[in-house]
Design a protein around this ligand. Structure first.
Ligand code: NAP
Length: 455
């Protein structure tokens, strides 16, 4: 894939960037390596100051950064603005909390003193997706930099201007140039970097094939990885739920980021007794969504990020219909517009043996299932290769507890939208990946948890 900004709302190529050569990559690796030797000696206070500066830059130029994201991948401008603010939040969070999260942990033994110390690992490679071009990077960079690591970013090929802007923010904030560098490279250039001895670990957010490929190389080199991959999260609504709140949140959860979020509610699993009411309200809310230019402040749904994603999503929906699913609304690209628009869509009567019932739909497409009771809801929710974040709606405490205990996912949110929060760990199980970002768990992924015994 060419490294280029192609406006998804128009299909026009606005800028292209040559991929770095092997020699240029070597210069950046060497700079990262020499920087690490000095950077790891800096104090928490110094790193906190730089990270707070980065937060201030994000807050100062929010609109500018938001427009770069919207231009490159089509998310509505209001979502992009919220994303930039959330990046500032994660910077301030780790600037404040890292010293506490990484303080020596005393453990009483017969030694004079014994404890766990948290030391940096060195160069960490971050392979990132385009769907949250700033947030995905900052939620890696803030804890990694606070821990004393240095970062190399290989961003998705369709968001090069976002990638460059992020590196600029981090340098303007005061971090040494080699502490965080953007590598404009294609996916095929990642393997060689992963094999380089100077690179100690990697984190990848993206698709299963990309995660499996990077983790296989890392495994061959005995290097740590964190993988945040796809999902097809359930949104379960049971009889005692507040249906209006569930519908409103469900639409938001499905449509966030034009439907291209890993933790979007993708499978609506609704109790038979309320299914007709829920469906009617869901269709009505889908119809209210304003599809249009993502730069307009009141747009709810913009274009999909690339022409390829549009074509894959169209094929998936057609395939689902061929396999027996019924279309309640939508079901095709928006032919009235240029660019990569797809109409908000609801599919129901999905054959559970059909391959499409277990796939991730990365766009504004909801799959709607009806179940007779809680047992069936849990079984269906778990009958999927993924396990990222489940949202479940019920006011019955026993049902809530069973859902918390039995849903196979990295997170369960009761009567709430699944969302990431700097204070809480975030990640998946099964084919959604492993490891955690955010919270104390996130900052401890890329550190040497060193056992110390002193007599
Ligand atoms: P993708 O194709 O896997 O791309 C993600 C990143 O991986 C890009 O930087 C891409 O580079 C790179 N890449 C692709 N193939 C690679 C390979 N073989 N080796 C090394 N790097 C490789 O994913 P996507 O389709 O853009 O993103 C959507 C997926 O990400 C969805 O499944 C979504 O659920 C998942 N996601 C997960 C989370 C989470 O936190 N769990 C968050 C967001 C998204 P190029 O652009 O150059 O190909």
């Amino acid at each position: 894939m060419a490294i280029a900004t192609i406006n998804p709302a128009t299909g026009k190529t606005l800028a292209t960037f040559p991929a770095l050569t092997t020699e240029e990559i070597e210069l950046k690796l060497a700079l990262a390596d020499t920087t690490y030797g000095k950077y790891r000696q800096t104090s928490f206070a110094q790193r906190s100051q730089w990270l707070n500066n980065a937060a201030a830059i994000l807050e100062r130029d929010t609109d500018k950064f938001a427009r770069i994201m919207t231009l490159e991948m089509g998310k509505p401008l209001k979502s992009a603005i919220a994303e930039v603010k959330k990046c500032a939040l994660v910077c301030r969070f780790y600037a404040e909390k890292a010293p506490e999260f990484l303080a020596n942990k005393e453990i009483t033994t017969e030694a004079t003193s014994s404890y766990v110390a948290y030391h940096p690992l060195g160069i960490v490679l971050a392979v990132m997706p385009w769907n949250f071009p700033f947030w995905q990077v900052f939620r890696f960079a803030a804890p990694a930099l606070m821990a004393g690591n240095v970062g190399l970013l290989k961003h998705a090929s369709n968001v090069p201007q976002s990638a460059l802007a992020i590196a600029d923010i981090i340098h303007e904030a005061g971090f040494p140039e080699g502490a965080f560098q953007t590598l404009l490279i294609g996916a095929g250039q990642v393997g060689a970097i992963m094999k380089d001895d100077r690179v100690k670990a990697a984190t990848l957010t993206g698709s299963e094939p990309a995660g499996a490929s990077l983790a296989a190389i890392a495994g061959s080199q005995i290097k740590k990885t964190v993988l945040e991959l796809g999902g097809s999260d359930p949104f379960i609504v049971l009889e005692s739920a507040d249906i209006d709140r569930a519908v409103a949140t469900g639409v938001q959860a499905r449509m966030l980021n034009n439907g291209q979020s890993c933790i979007a509610a993708k499978r609506f699993i609704v109790a038979e007794s309320i299914s007709d009411r829920f469906t009617e309200k869901l269709i009505a809310k889908f119809k209210e969504l304003r599809v249009g230019d993502p730069m307009e402040p009141d747009t709810d749904i913009g274009p999909l990020a690339t022409a390829q994603i549009l074509s894959e999503l169209s094929d998936q929906v057609e395939n689902a219909v061929r396999q027996g699913a019924q279309l309640l609304i939508g079901g095709q690209p928006d032919s009235a517009r240029p660019g990569n628009y797809y109409l908000p869509t609801i599919l129901t009567d999905i054959d559970l043996t059909a391959t499409t019932s277990k796939e991730e739909f990365f766009g504004p497409v909801a799959l709607l299932f009806t179940v007779k009771d809680l047992d069936e809801a849990i079984a269906l929710a778990n009958d999927i290769p993924f396990g990222l974040g489940a949202s479940a709606w019920t006011n019955n405490p026993d049902e809530q507890q069973r859902l918390i205990d039995e849903i196979e996912a990295g997170a369960v949110f009761i009567n709430s939208l699944v969302k990431s929060d700097p204070r809480l760990p975030f990640g998946g199980i099964k084919r959604s990946g492993y490891g955690r970002e955010l919270g104390v768990e996130g900052i401890r992924e890329f550190v040497n948890q060193k056992t110390v015994w002193v007599n």
